[in-house]
Design a protein around this ligand. Structure first.
Ligand SMILES: O=C(O)c1ccccc1NCC(=O)[C@H](O)[C@H](O)COP(=O)(O)O
Length: 404
């Protein structure tokens, strides 16, 4: 039995599913008509949310544009899959509308029984990552889902309630700047990277961290990604437990708020949020979570569009300008200057935001250049970690001993 009903506005698109190999989905703008309440902030269980919004009966669009409600019910599991798929597509569409090219996960065709607004178009390899950053993000999405299954958020929250307080990352950068008159150093503990390969074979994270602290680093950045950077949360924990006092940045690819809680129990004092990956709503939501947990959020941008988006979000205190294009690996330190010129620089000063110049800094002239552009902190990896003595490496990159 089927009942014919007038079609809801959100279901007026033609449903044309041409079955082709490796299709790329292309969506019509009508998803913008979706009620904003259907936006699922990262970190909230989509499954629970989807479960609570299962009021729509199965609807099938007919050729004349009307819809039929089928009394043949679909299973709750299939309905959940449909809801999750719709939410994921909507997330990608919102991200794209903010100029974000990185998709959270590989596009897939609609699940079984889906009837609604979609259209297949054969384009290029839609389910091949567009660059290394997208590849990292797709992998991370799967990795985090598995980690969440092993350690649910409730367990992390419980552990946080008895964790020692986080250290003041921003305060350490400010104090260092006042003490030395030079940008506060965030020295990076990184074994390898996709662009540079292995940077240091004899990699002992705790020794390197101690050498950085001795050399005058204000804070440390610790790579925790295993697959692409050969880092780990064990390294973060080990540095934290070895008596290093510098506040620690968890250098991760955050796609889910769960990772922020996890970083906090592993000893992080700050965490990286990448604007090329996260839509505005995620950045807002995640910076709030960071504040609740006592962590500093370092929000990283690479171009003007990302900078403007981030400047439009309230409560951001620390912005990193990455001189490396994470899609192409091209490094150009004049990027920092470009993004701090004119009105943007003024807005940053008015808001009291501290800016970190990131990547490609090798010499005292590089440090002077980004300081002149307006940064009060720098994030330096390769040029320090490759030095046999990283303490000496700091004096060389800064042109003087900044330890006292
Ligand atoms: O460095 C990469 O190859 C890379 C690839 C994809 C995503 C991120 C990547 N690097 C992160 C960074 O930008 C650096 O670790 C950090 O800014 C320090 O840069 P550097 O001083 O040039 O080592």
């Amino acid at each position: 039995m089927e009942a014919v009903v007038p079609l809801r506005t959100t279901f007026t698109a033609t449903a044309t599913a041409a079955s082709t190999a490796r299709p790329r989905l292309s969506f019509q703008p009508l998803a913008k008509k979706f009620a904003i309440s259907r936006l699922i902030p990262t970190g909230i269980s989509m499954t629970d949310r989807a479960r609570s919004s299962l009021q729509c009966p199965p609807v099938r669009v007919q050729q004349d544009g009307s819809a039929v409600i089928s009394e043949d019910t679909i299973s709750e599991e299939d309905a959940l899959k449909i809801k999750e798929w719709e939410v994921e597509r909507l997330q990608d569409e919102i991200a794209a509308s903010q100029g974000i090219r990185i998709r959270r996960r590989p596009p897939t065709g609609p699940p079984l029984h889906y009837v609604g607004p979609f259209e297949f178009q054969v384009e290029n390899e839609g389910n091949t990552p567009c660059n290394i950053l997208e590849e990292i993000i797709w992998y991370k999405d799967k990795e985090v889902s598995q980690m969440k299954e092993r350690t649910p958020l409730s367990a992390l929250k419980k552990a946080i309630s008895s964790a020692p307080p986080a250290r003041d990352f921003l305060g350490a950068l400010r104090r260092s700047y006042s003490r030395t008159g030079l940008p506060g150093l965030i020295a990076e503990v990184k074994k390898a990277s996709p662009s540079r390969g292995v940077l240091r074979e004899d990699f002992n994270p705790v020794e390197i961290a101690k050498a950085y602290e001795k050399g005058g680093a204000a804070c440390l950045s610790v790579l925790t990604d295993e697959k692409y950077f050969q880092g780990s949360f064990e390294n973060l924990e080990a540095i934290r437990n070895a008596g290093v006092e510098c506040p620690l940045l968890c250098k991760e690819f955050v796609v889910d708020a769960w990772q922020i809680y996890y970083a906090r129990i592993k000893g992080a004092d700050a965490i990286l949020l990448i604007a090329a990956v996260l839509p505005d709503l995620d950045i807002m939501y995640m910076t709030k979570i960071c504040k609740l947990l006592g962590l500093t959020a370092l929000v990283e941008v690479h171009d003007e569009r990302e900078m403007d988006r981030v400047l439009g979000i309230d409560g951001i205190e620390l912005i990193g300008i990455n001189n490396r294009d994470l899609g192409t690996f091209k490094v150009d330190i004049s990027n920092t200057k470009k993004l701090l010129e004119g009105e943007r620089g003024e807005r940053i000063r008015e808001k009291g935001i501290i800016v970190v110049g990131e990547s490609g800094l090798f010499t005292p002239a590089d440090i002077a250049y980004v300081q002149e552009a307006g940064v009060k902190a720098v994030l330096v990896g390769e040029s320090l970690v490759k030095q046999p003595d990283p303490t000496k490496g700091i004096s060389e990159v800064f042109g003087k001993d900044i330890s006292c």
